[in-house]
Write a protein that binds this ligand. Structure first.
Ligand SMILES: [Zn+2]
Length: 213
C-alpha cells in the first residue's frame, strides 16, 4: 500500500479534515483508489460536534425534526446534532421540541428494523437520516425502505462523504465528495483499472475500517 497519506479539509471549516490513504482497496461492491478515514469525524467528540454544526445548518430555520436515525456509527454526531437543532439561539423550529436519536437493528434478512418500543418515534414523525458515506446507494435505499415501512416522514439525509456519481435529490447533504480527493476513482470489480494493470489488492474495507491483505 502506498503510504503517502494526505489530508482533505472542508474549505469553509478546515478543522474538519479527513485522512486519505491511496491504494488498491475493495469493498463488497467496488474497488477504490483511496481509503478515507472517516472514523475520526464520528468518534472524536470535538470533531463530531463540529460536523453536527455543519449538518444542522440546512435544517435550523426551516425543518422540524423529531427523530435522528443514525447508521454506520454516527450516533455521537447524532447526539450533538440534536443539541444543535434545539439550540434556541439558532433554531426557531426545533427549540421546544424533543428530538430522539435512534439506531435501527439488522434483522435476520439483513433488513433494518426498529423494535416495538421505539417504532412510535418513527411513525408519522419527521426523520433525519445520518450515514457515513453514500457510495453504492444500497445502504440509503435500505434505510429509506425501512422508514417507509414504519411510516416515517423523511426530511433529509446527511452524509460525511458522497462518492455516488448519480445526482442526488435536494434532501441529501454531505461534507465531502469524491471530487475533493484528487485522483479518486471507483470501479466495478470486473472493470478495475488497477486489477487490469496487474496491481494486487492492498486492503479490504469493512465496517468503516480496512484490513490489509
Ligand atoms: Zn481492482
Amino acid at each position: 500500500m502506498n503510504s503517502k497519506s494526505f489530508t482533505v479539509s472542508l474549505k469553509h471549516n478546515p478543522a474538519i479534515a479527513v485522512k486519505v490513504i491511496p491504494g488498491h482497496f475493495t469493498t463488497s461492491h467496488f474497488h477504490l483508489t483511496h481509503y478515507l478515514d472517516l472514523d475520526n469525524l464520528k468518534n472524536n467528540s470535538s470533531l463530531a460536534r463540529a460536523v453536527a454544526k455543519e449538518f444542522a445548518r440546512p435544517y435550523l430555520s426551516t425543518t422540524p425534526i423529531d427523530t435522528i436515525v443514525c447508521l454506520e456509527g454516527t450516533e455521537l454526531i447524532g447526539a450533538y446534532l440534536a443539541e444543535e437543532l434545539k439550540n434556541d439561539g439558532l433554531s426557531v423550529v426545533n427549540a421546544d421540541r424533543e428530538i430522539y436519536v435512534l439506531t435501527p437493528l439488522n434483522n435476520v434478512h439483513k433488513q433494518l428494523m426498529f423494535q416495538s418500543n421505539t417504532q412510535e418515534l418513527i411513525v408519522d414523525h419527521n426523520v433525519l437520516l445520518l450515514v457515513t458515506s453514500i457510495s453504492s446507494g444500497i445502504t440509503v435505499k435500505s434505510a429509506l425502505d425501512c422508514l417507509a415501512y414504519y411510516g416515517g416522514n423523511l426530511v433529509g439525509i446527511s452524509a460525511l462523504y458522497k462518492s455516488y456519481d448519480k445526482e442526488l435529490e435536494q434532501k441529501f447533504h454531505y461534507l465531502f465528495t469524491s471530487e475533493d480527493v484528487p485522483g479518486y476513482k471507483m470501479f466495478s470489480p470486473g472493470k478495475c483499472e488497477m486489477c487490469e494493470s496487474g496491481r494486487k489488492l492492498d486492503a479490504i474495507i469493512m465496517h468503516g475500517g480496512y484490513t490489509k491483505i
